[in-house]
Design a protein. Structure first.
Lengths: 287, 491
């Protein structure tokens, strides 16, 4: 008689722990063939607020890490995913991706992490400056992370999209609360397990699963989210920008179609620049 | 080393013994009686035929008639800008830069005339418009002129391209300077502009049209529309704008963000502030007092980055306040055109009412009010330099932007407490730190959530130095390479 496999209970990765939704709600997902796969946490607005709290707690420590250390941790995350890319690829295929597409996307996602690992100790020299003011002052501009950033990932590609958005945001010392793909949430559950073993301190990346229509308005208005990075449709964009006005929140959108995520142009310095503040200090010279 | 004196500083009274003679600046501001909109390189009457008076806040007398632009005028301005963009945007950067250099030079040529006009229209002391506003405006054009042919060096990995037509709305506190901050980077990148100056201070912007003409700037590259908030809303909301840039109150900034929420319009917001000016017990106190005075009384406190919250370490609080009161007794409030005037007129009757209302709220909530003796002019809108002591963090005068010559004083004991109190605000535009200790300056400048930190100085500005806020003080920067990029299209 064949052995009955143990199925996994999907839990989301928040504050360094694997949790169910506080609401005790789940929603079933089915594989490409239509068979029941698992029950995914249907995270609530309260879960989002809890995740923001966890991200805020992790923020100062993460921002104080040296850029070199953040770089190594991002690299470590890439190592952890590389080691389990077959499992992640199988999950993508289970939910309908073609095997070749899944493999290609995961390769790009892992390389993208390496790309941003390398940026962590370099963007400062390109975004900051010493400014030649016409007075006896040493005047310099440096970047600072904004704080807690809300990431709303595209439904597809579920892993490449999510990682492409998280990596530039945490590279500079921000912490993240991310909403994973609604239609293909299970790969983000797996990704959480890889984040957990990657040396990334708990709370730096918090992954939620659930319904966009339920959570996007709270992303828009939550006062402790200093910025939003979203793959969003026009109506969601309007909701996000309207909510952002109340706290003068920074909002940036990605315009990636399916193929665009694979391109080198989907990465670089600009997504880092979008989620840092610039601070200019004036210091007198002399006496 | 001389022994440190304890107790209150002696009160100086020489100001009473040697009164100043009047020293008015007499250069001709060359005002027109009636101004017109500047659209497509021509001076045009508003379609509505409506004008309003711009008055001198120091005398409440009429200076000139200003056109009230309606929706049709704003449409015409955007049409002119859109038409001009086709050629302006592909002009070689070297040529665009030469126009900006010309503008800087022409403004320097007529600096005194513009300074007097600025002071008449806005109420600021002539020494500030003469020594700060106008030269700094010229410096912004000169600085950005040099960028126009060097855009490929400004952002690694990116080709900088103009956005298109930019809508800009500026405030009344630094009318000509804010115009320069907005126009210079936009034009250097090859954008065209529709700009609206503030209702109460349109004159120098409209005079500036003459400089654009003399510089030979192609018609439609810069269009100036005047009016009140309604005109501003049309400029910000116009569908032909690729980007809007706004400097003004946080309240209006939020309204613009909501108004444009359904669009993909690029935005820069430079909004309000409630800056902490932090004085530690090891600071050179006399120098700090000068910085405190400059921080809050510069331009009558009509400064978004004004040091309106003084955080002074408890051990030196009594001495700092005594010195500050002595220094405030020396401040001369009066005729803005007088070269010895330190505080000119409050910009408008409405702003004066706001200041009075907030100061009254401060007293009601338990703050102690102190103002130096002395008479204010009988005519015009004036408010004396004001100190509010015993202020706590929950008081309105510690939280809301007063935008007037009113300093709220709070105390602290430890460095951590200073940081916490300084950051306990929705704003984050600027901060000041006064201490003799270099490492403390760098710690504070790291932990203060503000876009500009002044160490042992305050209210310094430079075209090469990025300016702009954290949190509800807005986003985007003005000045420097960083500010330039806010006028460039995404790759």
């Amino acid at each position: 008689m064949p052995r009955l496999p143990i199925t996994k209970t999907p839990k989301v990765y928040v504050g360094g722990a694997f949790i169910r939704s506080e609401s005790a709600r789940t929603f079933p997902v089915r594989d490409a063939a239509g068979h029941f796969h698992s029950n995914i946490p249907q995270c609530s607005r309260k879960d989002l607020r809890n995740a923001v709290e966890a991200a805020a707690k992790a923020g100062p420590g993460w921002a104080r890490r040296t850029p070199y250390n953040r770089a190594q941790i991002l690299y470590r995350l890439a190592e952890m995913i590389e080691a389990r890319r077959t499992e992640l690829g199988d999950a993508l295929v289970t939910f309908g991706a073609r095997a070749a597409d899944a493999a290609e996307g995961l390769g790009v996602a892992i390389d993208r992490l390496i790309h941003y690992a390398g940026w962590a100790d370099k963007y400062e020299q390109l975004l900051g400056s010493v400014n030649p003011v016409a007075s006896p002052h040493f005047n310099f501009t440096v970047t600072e992370p904004m704080g807690v950033v809300g990431v709303i990932a595209p439904d597809s590609p579920p892993v490449l999209g999510l990682l492409s958005m998280i990596a530039p945001v945490i590279a500079s010392g921000n912490t993240v609360v991310a909403l994973a793909s609604e239609t293909m949430p299970y790969p983000a559950i797996l990704l959480g397990e890889m984040l957990a073993v990657s040396d990334l301190p708990g709370g730096v990346v918090n992954l939620l699963t659930g319904f966009r229509r339920e959570l996007v308005p709270t992303f828009a208005t939550h006062a402790h989210l200093r910025a939003i990075y979203a793959a969003a449709n026009p109506e969601e964009r309007r909701v996000l920008r309207t909510g952002a006005a109340a706290g003068v929140k920074r909002v940036h959108f990605v315009d990636g179609g399916r193929g665009a995520w694979l391109e080198d142009s989907a990465q670089g310095l600009e997504p880092i620049r979008d989620f840092v503040e610039l601070k200019t200090t004036w210091h007198p010279i002399g006496s | 080393m001389a022994p440190t004196r304890r107790g209150p500083a002696p009160r100086l009274i020489f100001g009473d013994l040697w009164p100043f003679d009047p020293a008015p600046e007499t250069a001709d501001p060359k005002l027109a009686d009636r101004y017109q909109l500047f659209i497509g390189g021509r001076y045009v009457r508003p379609r509505s035929g409506q004008y309003f008076d711009s008055i001198n806040p120091a005398t409440e007398r009429r200076l000139a008639s200003i056109p009230r632009a309606g929706a049709a005028d704003v449409n015409a301005a955007y049409a002119a800008a859109t038409a001009a963009f086709r050629r302006w945007s592909v002009l070689p950067g070297r040529e665009r830069g030469k126009y900006l250099f010309r503008i800087a030079r022409l403004l320097q040529d007529r600096a005194r005339e513009f300074a007097v006009a600025e002071t008449l229209d806005g109420g600021k002391p002539i020494k500030e418009s003469r020594d700060f506003d106008v030269p700094m405006a010229a410096a912004h054009f000169f600085y950005h002129a040099g960028w126009a042919d060097k855009l490929e060096y400004a952002a690694p990995g990116r080709t900088l391209r103009p956005l298109g037509v930019v809508g800009q709305v500026i405030p009344w506190n630094f009318p000509l300077l804010m115009l320069a901050w907005k126009l210079a980077p936009a034009l250097a990148l090859g954008n065209c502009v529709v700009l609206k100056p503030a209702e109460t201070t349109s004159i120098t912007a409209l005079k500036f049209a003459g400089i654009l003409e003399d510089a030979g700037l192609p018609p439609g590259v810069v269009n100036l529309v005047t009016g009140a908030g309604e005109t501003g809303a049309w400029v910000m909301g116009h569908p032909a704008a690729a980007k809007v840039a706004f400097t003004g109150s946080t309240e209006v900034g939020k309204a613009i963000m909501r108004q444009l929420a359904g669009t993909d319009r690029r935005m820069t917001m430079e909004l309000g502030g409630k800056a902490a000016n932090i004085v530690f017990d090891d600071a050179p106190l006399d120098q700090a007092v000068e910085g405190i005075v400059n921080g809050i009384f510069f331009n009558q406190g009509h400064v978004c980055c004004a040091g309106s919250r003084l955080l002074v370490q408890e051990g030196v609080a009594a001495r700092v306040i005594a010195k500050l009161k002595n220094r405030m007794r020396m401040l001369r409030v009066g005729d803005p055109l007088d070269k010895n005037t330190d505080l000119g007129a409050i910009n408008s009757a409405a702003q004066l009412a706001t200041i009075r209302r907030l100061v009254a709220a401060g007293e009601r909530e338990g703050a102690e009010l102190w103002q130096p003796e002395g008479r204010l002019p009988a005519q015009g809108y004036f408010f004396p330099p004001t100190l509010l002591t015993g202020v706590t963090q929950s008081h309105r005068v510690a939280r809301e932007e007063i935008f007037g010559p009113v300093l709220s004083v709070l105390t602290f004991r430890t460095v951590d407490e200073a940081i916490e109190k300084a950051n306990n605000t929705a704003y984050g535009l600027s901060a000041g730190v006064w201490t003799d200790k270099g490492s403390r300056i760098l710690r504070l400048s790291t932990e203060l959530k503000a876009g500009v930190v002044w160490a042992n100085t305050f209210n310094r500005f430079d075209p090469s130095s990025p300016f702009g806020g954290y949190k509800e003080s807005g986003f985007g920067r003005e000045g420097g390479r960083q500010g330039l990029l806010d006028y460039a299209a995404r790759a």
